[in-house]
Design a protein around this ligand. Structure first.
Ligand code: 5AD
Ligand code: SF4
Length: 439
């Protein structure tokens, strides 16, 4: 019996898919690499932007044909899209060949849902249930990297964002549970841990025991062994000096912060309910760089938010040039039903959004190119992470600051730390040679 999982969206979903895979493997299913061969096919969905949603509906629709050749195949839709209001009903009526629909917080029902589907009985539950995530066995496929959830949900309600509605309010995992999982992963040989949360900096606020994100970083920083720690995502309004100090204190904690700015215009930030200004963001960047001069700062930026004027957009370009992000994920604002921005006046026409995203991408590209050139000839410690799927016989890994480097070495070196000298830089892509043998 085989399973196949289609994963859409962010790291949170990629990690949820590892949990889904774990549940399926405990039930005796094995992973396969083609949907046509699967007895269970799972769509772990995303609804952050309309484009993601449209693509997923297309893929779900294609299952109808597969089910004609394999009527016993079980099709499951779960994740953020199915948690949206009205979607479970829409799937029931418009996609009747889907057997199971689950929301974001009730993966623990997957087993009973499959049993029901095996008896040809449809199963749907998108109620918000609270489960203990650490009960899951995770079938991880990302060695030497491992994701670890620290908090779920979000309380920020940025006016464009659907996440608080589909992932619920902030819930932090107890510190001991996080530490137990990390120690187990390190004992299993994982070399890089990435802490996941919609807003990692508010970790602990709901635990009422004084635990904070900084105290979690100290616990991990004091843990023995050679490994790297990263975390995402940080909200600029919550990134404290304590956290910056902890990054500086422990060599294990990477000099790398993902700090979504979203816009360079104070007025747009206000309308987005981001609760910081353009100047606050600059001040925060200065504070970080004063303590961590080699830090790599990455970001998310959106263009075409309702009411964004040409001047607002120019402010974003100016911020991008001044901050010098090592990379930026750039998005076109997408109207999400149920969010406050959906009903704001002055929605921006698509051609304007398209023009702005093109200009933003080329602006960031220039910045990335400059940073890449400044790295030429320098040596960096890199964790060998795996093969580069685009180039034959090429391995890749990241510097501490988060830049991806391609180089030649043997597959057996995956999971080892090596020193790489950068010899070629092509805008976002770096190539290098290993200087010392693996340690
Ligand atoms: N439209 C476009 N981009 C969005 N993001 C969140 N909501 C939307 C939306 N409605 C982007 C933000 C966020 C990233 C994960 O996705 O930049 O940081
Ligand atoms: Fe969405 Fe804002 Fe929460 Fe991030 S902080 S998940 S953008 S509401």
């Amino acid at each position: 019996m085989n399973y196949f999982i289609h994963t859409y969206g962010c790291q949170m979903n990629i990690h949820d898919s590892e949990k889904i895979a774990g549940i399926l493997e405990q039930l005796g299913y094995e992973a396969c690499d083609k949907a046509e061969l699967a007895d269970v096919i799972v769509f772990n969905t995303c609804c952050i932007r309309e484009t993601a949603e449209q693509k997923i509906y297309g893929h779900i629709g294609a299952i109808k044909k597969l089910k004609r050749t394999n009527p016993n195949m079980i099709a499951v839709v779960c994740g953020c899209m199915s948690q949206q209001e009205g979607v479970a009903e829409k799937i029931r009526t418009s996609y009747p060949f889907i057997d199971v629909v689950l929301g974001t917080s009730n993966l623990n029902l997957l087993k009973e849902a499959l049993v029901s589907a095996q008896k040809k009985k449809k199963y749907s539950n998108v109620e918000f249930l609270k489960y203990r995530e650490e009960d899951f066995y995770e079938a991880r496929t990302s060695y030497p990297n491992a994701w670890v959830n620290i908090n779920y949900g979000c309380n920020n309600f940025c006016t464009y964002c659907i996440v608080p509605y589909v992932r619920g309010r902030e819930r932090s995992r107890p510190l001991e549970d996080v530490m137990t999982e990390i120690r187990r992963l390190l004992a299993d040989g994982y070399k890089e841990i990435t802490l996941l949360g919609q807003n990692v900096n508010s970790y602990g606020h709901d635990l009422d025991n004084g635990v904070t994100f900084a105290s979690l970083l100290h616990e991990i920083g004091k843990t023995d062994g050679k490994f790297r720690l990263r975390f995402m995502t940080s909200h600029p309004k919550d990134l404290s000096q304590d956290v910056i100090d902890a990054i500086a204190e422990y060599p294990t904690i990477c000099n790398n912060i993902h700090l979504p700015v979203q816009s360079g215009s104070t007025e747009i930030l206000r309308r987005m309910n981001r609760r910081y200004t353009r100047d606050d963001y600059f001040a925060l960047i200065d504070k970080i760089r004063a303590k961590l001069p080699d830090v790599g700062i990455t970001t998310d930026i959106m263009v075409g938010f309702p009411g964004e004027t040409e001047q607002d957009f120019e402010d974003t370009l100016d911020l991008v040039r001044r901050v010098k992000f090592s990379s930026a994920f750039c998005f076109v604002y997408s109207r999400r039903k149920g969010t406050p921005a959906y009903s704001m006046n002055d929605q921006i026409p698509y051609p304007v959004k398209k023009d702005r995203i093109t200009r933003l991408l080329s602006c960031q590209n220039e910045v990335t190119k400059q940073i890449s050139r400044s790295m030429l000839g320098l040596r960096y410690e890199v964790l060998v992470e795996g093969e580069n799927s685009h180039y034959q016989n090429t391995m890749c890994g990241r510097t501490e600051s988060g830049r991806l480097v391609n180089f030649k070495c043997d597959k057996s070196q995956i999971g080892q730390f090596v020193t790489v000298e950068i010899e070629r830089a092509n805008s976002a892509t770096l190539w290098g040679n290993i200087i010392t043998e693996a340690q």
